[in-house]
Ligand binder design. Structure first.
Ligand code: FAD
Ligand code: MLT
Ligand code: ZN
Length: 477
């Protein structure tokens, strides 16, 4: 009998023997996606209903055992895996994957937390609606994880982050009570908006079990362009023109540095990346731009042509390919979405998920590129991201001849210090969309105001006084 035998037996009674995993290879739940850290779980528990989640939480609270809510485990900041103690329960929501209700007139869908994002997108499309949240991990991330991190992705420029798409939540509190807030209301000023507390709280305040999300009409046509641009300034100029010409039709605006694209060419040679023949010094960046049109394809193409004409005339586009059909559009998007995977294949790396006012991004990048290259000769800068939202993945890869693990060990701290000091100077954020997890917890202490940190601590302690919900993540108590 171990210290936790009684609790484990209790959990088996609640969710069934097969859904309390304690033996065998638990790597899928214990390693974070980036392979930065491996934890060790007391057990992985897989409830199938809200009531089961609530009972599991109450049992853990009674046993004084902490819990780590987990969805698809695609998070970037080591927030969804257990610590190394072997005393935490991973609460995996993936069996709770049902779409409970689609309300066409209200333009909402109510879905369980463990539903994989792509399955939700496809079900909505089949019903004639668009669910616009979109990110490269959509084949395995879950709506609960998207809400837990307030995920961004590639459609934020038009539809906002996950927060903006959510009209209600069902949550199991840190005490094991059920809060049913699946109202689907677009207006509700009855006091504090609890939904917004749980969104982006990274599993530290409670467990999201279901959500009511906004739907949109499917566009009549979607056009995707891949353009080579002569500078980052030109990319920002192109973004301005795209807003002007396409207005709310602008649904995606991503930027990719040429080194980031070269990693896709290297690791996924079957992909055809446009403009390889153009010298990097002539076109140091490429852009993927998407236009959704509610009129017709002809209208979309006409608008796009006007935009490209004025962009070429202004000198902010060197060359562009416009997808002829959906398959081509997917290929172009696939190039952009393959960058994080190509980067992972290239080796361990340092990620900076930063946001800065769009207008100031070119200056920030010019300053930072120069500072990093001077301080860490040979360093490789993998710069790409959601320029339309002012959100860059300004990542750093070890020099090609260096040992990546050793590089991270000795250089991650000073590189982070340099980048984040500059982000502060530019009034930016050190985490635009990935969250804090444990990877950035100490950084948050340095970069958030003491007043804000104090308020966050008060909220955490009010909702989870025993500190059993994903302890050690986001906020240091
Ligand atoms: P997990 O990784 O399992 O969990 C993430 C956090 O949410 C953890 O703190 C966890 O405790 C908490 N959590 C999970 N489920 C619940 C729940 N039911 N209730 C409460 N808390 C919960 N992110 C972006 O924002 N934009 C991108 O463009 C993007 N692209 C990505 C591309 C790739 C290739 C990969 C691997 C990741 C990408 N991410 C991106 C990061 C990640 O996919 C998102 O953060 C995603 O929202 C996480 O969902 P998940 O289900 O995997 O959550
Ligand atoms: C992306 O935009 O591709 C993601 O946020 C993932 C990453 O930054 O690696
Ligand atoms: Zn991103």
């Amino acid at each position: 009998m171990t210290e936790h035998t009684e609790l484990l037996n209790q959990l088996r009674t609640v969710v069934g023997e097969a859904n309390v995993l304690t033996e065998g290879d638990l790597g899928a739940w214990e390693w974070d996606w980036r392979k930065r850290e491996r934890g060790h779980a007391l057990a992985v528990v897989r409830p199938a209903s809200t009531e089961q989640v609530a009972t599991v939480v109450r049992a853990c609270v009674q046993g004084g055992v902490s819990m780590v809510p987990q969805g698809g485990n695609t998070g970037m900041v080591v927030g969804s895996t257990p610590d190394a103690s072997g005393t935490q329960v991973v609460l995996s929501l993936t069996r709770m994957n049902q779409i409970r209700k689609m309300d066409a007139a209200n333009l909402t869908v109510t879905v369980e937390a463990g539903c994989v994002l792509q399955n939700l997108q496809e079900a909505c499309e089949k019903a004639g609606f668009l669910f616009p949240l979109s990110l490269a991990a959509e084949g395995s991330c879950t709506i609960g994880g998207n809400l837990g991190t307030n995920a961004g992705g590639t459609q934020v420029v038009r539809y906002g982050n996950t927060r903006e798409l959510c009209l209600g939540l069902e949550v199991v509190t840190a005490q094991g009570e059920i809060w049913s807030g699946l109202t689907g209301l677009r207006k509700d000023n009855t006091g504090y908006d609890l939904r917004h507390l749980f969104i982006g709280s990274e599993g530290t305040l409670g467990v999201i079990t279901a959500a009511t999300m906004k739907l949109y009409p499917l566009p009549a046509s979607t056009l995707t362009t891949f353009a080579a641009v002569p500078s980052l300034d030109a990319a920002v100029q192109l973004l301005g023109l795209a807003h002007q010409h396409l207005s709310s039709g602008l649904t995606g605006f991503e930027v990719m540095g040429r080194f980031a694209l070269s990693l896709v060419v290297k690791h996924f040679p079957q992909q055809r990346v446009p403009f390889q023949e153009i010298r990097e010094s002539d076109a140091p960046y490429c852009v993927v731009l998407e236009n959704s049109d509610h009129d017709s394809e002809a209208h979309a193409r006409a608008q796009f042509e006007k935009l490209l004409e004025s962009a070429i005339e202004a000198g902010c586009v060197l060359d562009a390919v416009v997808a002829e059909n959906i398959a081509q559009a997917r290929q172009l998007w696939h190039i952009r979405e393959s960058i994080p995977l190509a980067q992972a294949q290239e080796g361990l790396n340092i990620k900076h998920d930063i946001s800065i006012a769009v207008s100031r991004i070119p200056q920030f990048v010019a300053d930072m590129d120069a500072a990093l290259e001077a301080a860490f000769p040979g360093v490789r800068l993998v710069n790409y991201g959601h320029l339309g939202d002012g959100n860059l993945h300004y990542n750093v890869q070890a020099p090609s001849n260096a040992d990546a693990e050793e590089f991270l060990k000795t250089k991650e701290k000073p590189i982070n210090a340099l980048v984040y000091a500059s982000v502060d100077q530019y009034n930016g954020s050190i985490s635009a969309e990935h969250g804090i997890g444990s990877l950035k917890r100490e950084k948050l202490q340095e970069h958030k105001s003491p007043v804000a940190l104090g308020l966050m601590r008060s909220i955490k302690l009010a909702l989870d006084p025993q500190n059993l919900m994903n302890p050690g993540r986001v906020i240091r108590l």
